[in-house]
Design a protein around this ligand. Sequence first.
Ligand code: NAD
Length: 425
Amino acid sequence: MLALERKKILHHIADLIDERAEEIALCECWDTGQALRFMSKAALRGAENFRFFADKAASARDGQQLQSPTLMNVTTRVPLGPVGIITPWNTPFMLSTWKIAPALAAGCTVVHKPAELSPLTARILCEIAHEAGLPPGVWNLVNGYGEEAGKRLSEHPDIKAIAFVGESKTGSMIMKQGADTLKRVHFELGGKNPVVVFDDADLDRALDAVIFMIYSLNGERCTSSSRLLIQDSIAEEFQARLVERINSIKVGHPLDPKTEVGPLIAQEHFDKVTSYFEIAKQDGATIAAGGEALGDEGYFVRPTLFTNATNQMRIAQEEIFGPVLTAITFKTEEEALELANDTQYGLTGFVWTNDLTRALRFTNQLEAGMIWVNSENVRHLPTPFGGVKASGIGRDGGDWSFDFYMEQKHIGFATGQHKIPRLGA
Ligand code: NAD
């Protein structure tokens, strides 16, 4: 299909998402337990992902002219072919659009396998795509378990690449499953992201951001700042203010507009998150807020803060993936950097300081794919999204998405001036 036609259909998909945004948001809350106030934005962001890549579709094939004395070298990009997209249960709608939009803009066909725990909005999205005029067979939805459907997809010889969002250990499995067919992979994996607050920071804004980045979306968020590294001179006061705010976070039904934190996704995940309350105590940390389930029904947990923690504790090293924050104090910038980098992960990092030189120095050495200074995670679509270390392979966003979903192709046109070696002449 011509890029301009793809562009038209992708815009149409975006418009139809907008029309059904309320329905999508309701389904997403119902499916995941994440609060309506955040999910309504997720639907609109999903539409934006389609618009952004729709506008880029026409230039996806643009390559470079790399001149040499005797050849006119042209580099173009062609669609990779059918790609598999495997997505997790957290913010499933937004994350699916984030993968599918660039794949379609690039000219690939897609087989999408959403997470078994939250498949509802993937179906709506598929309906929208067909209503928008996407030809049959271009966008395919396969529901199923990871070990069956996901495994088959990543092993399938016709699938050229797997774009995967999920746990680091699943990524490693997919890599093995795809090895026989030499799959190209793009992985967005877990994180144990630090938010570093220095004593010269704007502490009111830092407080808002720290709370938002771990308790919104139930803490079930890959980019969440789940490790607070706080300078010891301000730790006591900052932690006291944190506790006060955490204790007034509204936990409740995800469809209640007042709700800020909803129930966790499922029993297994609830068991995992709550098990860390005991682990924290055994390791000698203090439970400064929360640390228990809320009520006897549903998978509600109280937003939790662990203090007096060290970076060696499991609560500081393992991705809990719930509304649970671990606070660790530091004295010097060097110590903060060491603590921040002392993890297997490297997805995001957040630095709060008003000292520009320090911000430059610190971010330069911080091991993370995405870093924000004096800000929460604000996604800007043209910028690269992804992690280092166990947090991922490859980047999404802007032109980086096309590097993944397309094959680079070189064509050299000789100007007839160079000497061709004459064998057997
Ligand atoms: P998961 O790895 O358990 O599952 C993700 C998907 O992989 C699901 O669709 C699942 O069915 C499938 N899957 C499972 N086993 C498979 C296999 N053997 N072969 C192929 N597919 C398989 O992850 P989850 O629990 O659904 O999601 C939470 C995780 O996702 C967290 O670790 C979180 O940090 C990560 N995440 C990362 C990002 C990011 O951008 N880095 C974004 C969101 C979530």
